[in-house]
Write a protein that binds this ligand. Structure first.
Ligand code: C2E
Ligand code: MG
Ligand code: MG
Length: 701
């Protein structure tokens, strides 16, 4: 009995234990009919399905099969498993709760059969896995989002393993003319242009890029085999599915690169001659200076070429013809240089050549010789044979040059020396020139100070009617009363003043001073004839100044001087600089009413037709012809010709630099009626000129 009792006790213990598990389990435990009606349920199942207690659930007569929200395919699979194995495990599906909401459950189920194998009931456990499912779904969704982002990205994105593309997005594929699917399996080496095959190692998992060098510019080959794609590529090394892999982005920068290059090219390129331009030359020179800065052993030379008489070609044959001459010259220059020499069109008719590693001066002068030889041959453009050569200034590198501008400045100075010495020559910039350049710089500063301190003076030289010995006018001539050096003549400072533009303020001042002075003399010395004039020299830069006619009109207005009393002296060179502008300026000055005189006539270039075009009143024969008039037949002939020419064109003539009686007589005989020179009077200070005028007064009766 006691054994029975013991057995009973053990049995009861076990039942209690199972009962406790059944009651307290977290999983829902069920027993159901073959068609899903719940036979037994634990509290957990009631809770999972949204009921207060197991009895409530039972009372509701819930059918699990009806509540389950299973995809037909999954349902078929479950039945198949039960049929075959008698159970299934961890099947996940959704199930409707009491309130109609759904949750995700994981189900384990077993079919209990009778001896005939007929299903008596099902038993199993259900677990609420909704939180995990939601997390998974969120993850899937965000993955989906990223994937869409990557797929739709404008930039190419790739994933690679062992040198091969595993995945390429649409953008990357499209860049190369493929579909994304076609891209996978490609080796990076196959995608790159042949000459960049070696760069494929960038895509290797083992490659370790230098810090800060993760962005590469690579060139890919398009599917068509022709187009090259310039791409900015980033590569990063990652672990993908537990294996090392690479991923990165590809941006198509072909168009950008092209326009950068175009821009660079147009900024550094002369469109007419196809040569590099000034900016490029200066940049190169700058780099060279930086590179060779401290090593005086690496020498180089700069040649500055200015074509001789090119302006004449342009003016006489037209600008487009001139352009074609420039193109031909550029080609010829390029051809006669070594490939390593850099030639640029510096501007207008100026070219610059950089000769690197010029071991000695000889190298540079050899280049100059070659250029002269080449240009000595005629250039044929449109059937015209054109001859032009170049004046060349040469600078040899020296440690004191810090800036390209300094080199070009000196080369320019040397070029001007070459021009002055005669055409088709070269001059090497030397220490003496350096000294004079320095002196000019000093002079410039002093001239500015002189203007501020009012150190300029005007001297007046009488112009006479040769026959009558009567005063015809004055020429105003500038002087500089230097506080230390005394009176300085214009030959010592005008060149620098003209170069620096200081001639403009100086010139305005002379114009005002001379007009003011003459107006006051006319008031004080009533005997001054009404046809007596004041001549003022106008520099080319002043003449080219648009405001000149207005200025002149204003000065006349302020001083009360009549326009016919003022005469402006210009030289032939103003017509060479810009003939059209000259014609216009002369017309504007004429309408102000002043007269115009061509100074130093005979020394420059002027054609007879030009003289007719420019409405000049007086020709002033240059002193050099007057000096030779007694001894040289040719000079006499020139003076006679000018006099006759002037008479024919209705112009007056003035001879300058008359120093003796013989010259006066000859000039009278040649028909020249006016003159000025030391023979009559030297230029005088204001005070002296004032006395001179007083002395001219007729004796009071
Ligand atoms: P220019 O206009 O041909 O002036 C005549 C120059 O010849 C003056 O030199 C004058 O002193 C000089 N001269 C006059 N008669 C004789 C003579 O019998 N024998 C010799 N040997 N020389 C004589 P200056 O005053 O030294 O002026 C030189 C040049 O400077 C002028 O030549 C003119 O081109 C320029 N210049 C003078 N003043 C001014 C000015 O205010 N503005 C501008 N733009 N140029 C000026
Ligand atoms: Mg003059
Ligand atoms: Mg003169």
């Amino acid at each position: 009995l006691s054994r029975h009792k013991q057995q009973d006790d053990a049995l009861r213990d076990m039942e209690r234990m199972y009962g406790s598990i059944f009651e307290n389990a977290i999983e829902g435990i069920y027993q159901s009919t073959a068609d899903g009606r719940i036979l037994r349920a634990n509290p957990a199942l009631a809770r999972i399905l949204g009921y207060g207690s197991a009895s409530e659930l039972m009372a509701a007569g819930v059918n699990l099969a009806e509540r389950a929200y299973v995809h037909p395919e999954q349902r078929a699979e479950l039945l198949r498993l039960l049929e075959r194995d008698g159970y299934y495990a961890d099947q996940e599906f959704q199930i409707f709760r009491r309130d109609g909401t759904t949750i995700w459950v994981s189900d384990n189920s077993r079919a209990a059969r009778d001896a005939d194998g007929k299903v008596q009931y099902y038993e199993g456990t259900l677990q609420d896995v909704t939180p995990r499912k939601q997390a998974e779904e969120a993850l899937a969704q965000s993955e989906e989002k990223y994937r869409t982002l990557v797929d739709m990205s404008q930039d190419g994105v790739f994933l690679g393993e062992q040198g091969k593309i595993v995945y390429a997005n649409r953008a990357f594929a499209a860049m190369l003319g493929y579909s994304p699917d076609e891209m996978s399996g490609f080796e990076f080496t196959e995608l790159l242009v042949p000459e960049e095959r070696d760069s494929a190692e960038l895509f290797s998992e083992a490659h370790t890029p230098e810090a800060g060098h993760e962005l590469h510019e690579l060139h890919f080959r398009h599917r068509d085999g022709k187009a090259r794609l310039t791409a900015a590529v980033t590569v990063a090394r990652i672990s993908y599915r537990g294996k090392p892999a690479v991923t990165g982005t590809v941006r198509d920068v072909t168009a950008q690169k092209q326009s950068e290059q175009d821009l660079l090219r147009s900024a550094y390129h002369d469109a007419l001659t196809d040569l590099p331009n000034r900016a490029f030359f200066m940049e190169k020179l700058q780099q060279l200076l930086e590179r060779t800065g401290h090593r005086s052993s690496d020498r180089f030379a700069v040649l500055f070429l200015d074509l001789d008489r090119f302006k004449l070609i342009n003016d006489s044959l037209g600008h487009s013809f001139g352009d074609r001459v420039l193109v031909a010259i550029a080609r010829r220059l390029r051809a006669c240089l070594r490939p390593a020499d850099l030639i640029a069109r510096y501007g207008g008719d100026e070219f610059t050549i950089l000769v690197e590693n010029a071991s000695a001066l000889d190298d540079a002068t050899a280049v100059a010789d070659r250029v002269h030889e080449e240009l000595a041959r005629a250039i044929t453009v449109d059937g015209h044979d054109v001859f032009t050569n170049a004046s060349i200034g040469i600078v040899i590198s020296a440690p004191h040059y810090k800036h390209p501008d300094e080199i070009l400045r000196d080369a320019d100075t040397a070029m001007y020396r070459a021009k002055a010495a005669g055409k088709a020559g070269y001059v090497v910039f030397d220490d003496a020139m350096h000294e004079s350049a320095k002196a000019n710089l000093k002079l410039e500063t002093e001239l500015r100070l002189a203007l501020q301190r009012s150190e300029f003076r005007v001297f007046y030289q009488p112009v006479m009617e040769i026959g009558a010995g009567k005063l015809s006018g004055f020429e105003a001539l500038v002087r500089w009363e230097h506080p230390a050096q005394g009176l300085i003549g214009p030959e010592h400072f005008l060149a620098v003043a003209e170069e620096t533009g200081l001639i403009i303020p100086i010139g305005w001042w002379v114009l005002e001073t001379a007009c003011t002075q003459f107006a006051s003399w006319k008031k004080r010395h009533k005997h001054i004839g009404d046809d007596v004039t004041m001549s003022v020299n106008i520099a080319n830069r002043q003449f080219a100044h648009w405001v000149l006619p207005q200025r002149v009109a204003r000065v006349l207005d302020i001083t009360g001087l009549k326009p016919k009393h003022l005469c402006l002296e210009i030289t032939e060179t103003v017509f060479m600089d810009n003939p059209d502008l000259a014609v216009e300026t002369i017309a504007r000055l004429k309408s102000v009413g002043v007269s115009l005189q061509m100074d130093d006539f005979g020394t420059g270039y002027s054609s007879l037709s030009a003289l007719r075009r420019f409405k000049i009143d007086t020709l002033k024969i240059d002193r050099s012809f007057i000096t030779g008039i007694e001894r040289t037949r040719a000079d006499r002939a020139i003076v006679r010709t000018i006099t006759v020419l002037a008479a024919d064109l209705g112009m007056d003539v003035v001879a300058e630099g008359i120093e003796n009686t013989r010259q006066v007589e000859l000039l009278r005989a040649l028909g020249c009626r006016k003159g000025q020179g030391f023979f009559f009077s030297k230029p005088m200070s204001t005070a002296d000129a004032d006395k001179y005028l007083a002395a001219l007064a007729p004796p009071k009766s």
